[in-house]
Design a protein around this ligand. Structure first.
Ligand code: ATP
Ligand code: MG
Length: 432
């Protein structure tokens, strides 16, 4: 036998029935986006490496060690599989002067790539839903993006405050961060012997990220570090208070976590994460915040922006953990052809039923014609369908078909195929 080819480690196939959960999540997301007036954006999966280096910051986990980068073998261009969605969306809006006529509310759904150690909730190809609101500076849109993530949890059956918890912080503005940075470096230098290798390396290049460390040994140093919140000026504090007040009025519980910094350099003012205790170490389901400097940093005309990204695998794991999710997918109708029936007429009859919006699965005939009625009825039951359509040769010759309810009782009836518009819709009525 030929060698069995396998997928790349950390990159997963999504097959039925699991793919139905993905479709359900995507459908729920799209309905949510329409409720809030967000429009879909689709950008390439491959971008110039420089986009992420400039966009995310050189001293970040992603750029330092997680990117799938390669050279275009034809022209030597440096390319990267996108590790996140924001930089590409910003590039696209800049390239198309997309904010020329005013602000935009955008969302995307798609795969991202990071070279990490695969484990539960952490993969090398994973999928994000993201929203990006560009061109609006007020705290109302920060709150709007957070509230719509909360609405998504509700739509998915996830309880806010127990299954997922909201953590909120403000990173202030660049000048405020600079003042904090000096105090932070002084504090970390005073405890240099307690810092791990990565922290020492980042001490002068990206000290804020040290606060984000997952190393338990460093928690005491990090907990006693000067808080960025204490360095914020009046305008930044006012913005933060306005976001908090909106969440309070809307009844969304949260915890202010002054050590929340997020992975990318581009954030300012509001940052937030939705975390869960039910997925072990991979507890962050969704994270985001404001990034007012990024559009200009990537060559566009300065404009404020705010957004979030959520990990779909983690969200689906959480939903599974909670025993939630969509009902199993079953067709309305399982159609069977009895021996002696004219197969092309059966196939054509099913087309007119599907045109009525009825979900119909035909039991395939196979090379030797239909299987025995008994084995076909067994399959019909196993399919979970609500009705069986039985195409017998005599009935079919008279333009008729037997409709047999498989659940909820009811008698088998004979229907006229040319009248399908009259009885067809009844076969999907059980859904509503
Ligand atoms: P983490 O701290 O868990 O590495 P992150 O801060 O790197 O997360 P973001 O860049 O903010 O994550 O991405 C947004 C969301 O995407 C995360 O909250 C998470 O749900 C999901 N995510 C990030 N990396 C992965 C991955 N390798 N596999 C699966 N989901 C991921
Ligand atoms: Mg990460």
């Amino acid at each position: 036998m030929a060698e069995l080819l396998k997928a790349i480690k950390g990159m997963n196939d999504i097959l039925p029935p699991d793919s139905a959960r993905w479709e359900w999540l995507e459908d729920t997301v799209r309905a949510l986006m329409r409720r809030y007036g967000y429009h879909n954006v689709r950008t390439p999966i491959v971008e110039p490496t420089a986009l992420f280096v400039r966009g995310l910051g050189e001293v970040t986990d992603i750029v330092e060690k997680e990117m799938y980068s390669f050279e275009d073998s034809l022209n030597g261009d440096k390319l990267t599989l996108r590790p996140e969605g924001t930089a590409g969306v910003v590039r696209a809006i800049n390239e198309h002067s997309f904010l020329y006529e005013g602000g935009k509310r955008l969302y995307y759904i798609g795969p991202m790539f990071r070279h990490e150690r695969p484990q539960k909730g952490r993969y090398r190809q994973f999928h994000q839903v993201g929203v990006e609101v560009m061109g609006f500076a007020g705290p109302d849109v920060d709150a709007e993006t957070i509230l719509m993530s909360a609405a998504l949890w509700r739509d998915l059956g996830i309880e806010i405050g127990t299954d997922v918890k909201l953590e909120l912080n403000s990173l202030g503005q660049p000048d405020e961060r600079l003042a904090h940075r000096a105090a932070l470096i002084a504090h970390l230098e005073a405890h240099i012997d307690l810092l791990d290798e990565e922290a020492r390396r980042r001490l002068h290049s990206n000290p804020l990220r040290i606060l984000d460390t997952k190393n338990p040994a460093m928690q005491p140093v990090v907990e006693s570090a000067p808080k960025l919140m204490d360095f914020l000026g009046e305008a930044s504090l006012e913005h933060f208070q306005a976001v908090r007040r909106t969440l309070d009025v809307a009844g969304i519980p949260y915890r202010v976590n002054t050590r929340l910094v997020r992975g990318m350099d581009y954030y300012n003012l509001t940052v937030f994460e939705w975390v869960t205790e039910r997925l072990g170490a991979q507890g962050t389901v969704c994270g985001g915040g404001r990034y007012d400097g990024l559009i200009e940093q990537l060559g566009g005309k300065s404009a404020p922006a705010v957004g979030w990204g959520l990990g779909m695998e983690r969200l689906l794991l959480l939903i599974e953990e909670l025993g939630k999710g969509p009902a199993p997918r079953v067709p309305d109708v399982f159609a069977m052809t009895l021996p002696g029936s004219d197969a092309p007429s059966v196939v054509a009859a099913l087309e007119s039923l599907r045109a009525q919006g009825v979900q119909v699965v035909l039991n395939p005939l196979g090379k030797d014609g239909p299987a025995s009625p008994k084995s076909q009825f067994k399959k019909a039951d196993a399919s979970g369908a609500h009705y069986a359509l039985v195409f017998g040769p005599d009935e079919l010759a008279q333009g008729k078909v037997a409709v047999k309810p498989l659940r909820g009782g009811g008698e088998q009836v004979l229907e006229t195929l040319s009248d399908v518009a009259l009885w067809g819709p009844r076969l999907r009525a059980h859904r509503s």
